[in-house]
Design a protein around this ligand. Structure first.
Ligand SMILES: [Zn+2]
Length: 330
């Protein structure tokens, strides 16, 4: 009689019911030959259930998600968990070390090059390993982002929009994660190479969480953890009711606004405001104190989904704000 082999691992981390374990994914090596190891945290409940994969720092300067995954894992009471939580605080170590959106190794924005290539540059290999590991292990994916170092975003959810069952389930999940703003991202423009586009294409419901930027406040950490906990409640992985709201602001078709002049950015609105065409978003001040440029909202009824930080040093051609039309109230 054969012995049943039910040893399951994610990277080197063993999945053991009723235990918190740790390990890493290994992807390629650095210039000095040392291995890149991507820490993985696994918390498996005593009861069988789905596997939720929560990742941060696909953009290395968006470290609020990383910290929140670590804290969430530490605070998670395993006796309450059904299924398995997998946390990957920093999916992109070179980019994290450089505190940069792009990788210093090959200049790639990891979240634009999925599905990657096992024979490509470091970032392409990384994309390939991440996607295949998620496809082999995850039933749901939560991808944590922020405005990065120079910008701030409000707390909102993003999901891909198409007619697939995975996209519909993603929206269902987004409605239960604690924000009343959901960006329903249709089409491939600019988003075709994201990891989330590919996980949804693989049939895995996926929600991106946006929150904060720059310093990680206690409120940012609270909101990130709140969204993960709510997703797990919605999926019956934790006890309790997920907070379904009466109404959602659904946004779509973002307008990305770039500076024409360099200088200090002076915001004139708050992220999360809804502005109309012509309203002032902010201005650029040079080092003599002169206002050299005003950035106005290009659309009516537009949700301001990002702006630069107050007095953020800005070069010409830098992304400084996102204005996204309110598509519907659902
Ligand atoms: Zn990001």
């Amino acid at each position: 009689m054969e012995e049943e082999n039910d040893l399951k691992t994610i990277g080197t981390a063993q999945v053991i019911q009723g235990e918190k374990t740790r390990g890493y994914l290994q992807v390629g090596s650095d210039t000095d030959g040392s291995a890149f190891q991507i820490p993985v945290l696994v918390a498996s409940g005593k009861e069988d259930g789905p596997t939720i994969w929560v990742q941060g720092c696909i953009h290395g300067e968006e470290y609020g998600g990383a910290a929140s995954i670590i804290r969430f894992f530490q605070e998670l009471d395993l006796s309450q968990v059904r299924g398995t939580f997998v946390g990957v605080p920093v999916t992109n170590p070179p980019s994290f070390k450089a505190r940069s959106r792009i990788s210093p190794l090959d200049g790639a924005n990891l979240n634009r090059i999925f599905p990657g290539d096992p024979k490509g540059t470091y970032s392409q290999r990384l994309a390939h390993v991440l996607l295949t590991t998620v496809q082999e292990n995850a039933d749901y994916v939560i991808d944590l982002h922020s405005g990065g170092i120079g910008a701030e975003v409000p707390f909102y959810m993003i999901c891909k929009y198409d007619e697939s069952a995975a996209a519909k389930k993603s929206f269902w999940l987004a409605e239960r994660m604690g924000s009343d703003v959901i960006w329903r991202s249709a089409g491939e423009a600019g988003t075709g190479g994201t990891g989330t586009a590919h996980t949804v294409k693989s049939g895995i419901p996926t929600v991106t969480v946006e929150c904060g930027g720059g310093n990680v406040t206690e409120e940012h950490e609270r909101l990130f953890k709140f969204s993960i906990k709510n997703a797990m409640k919605a999926l019956d992985m934790l006890p309790g009711e997920a907070p379904v709201q009466k109404e959602y602001t659904v946004i779509n078709k973002a307008d990305f606004l770039f500076t024409g002049e360099g200088g200090l950015f002076v915001p004139a609105c708050k992220v999360g405001d809804v502005l109309n065409k012509g309203d002032l978003i902010g201005s650029i001040m040079n080092l003599y104190g002169d206002i050299t440029e005003e950035i106005h909202c290009p659309l009516d009824n537009a949700y301001i989904a990002a702006t630069g930080h107050r007095y953020w040093p800005t070069e010409p051609g830098q992304l400084i704000a996102e204005a996204i039309p309110v598509e519907s109230k659902k």
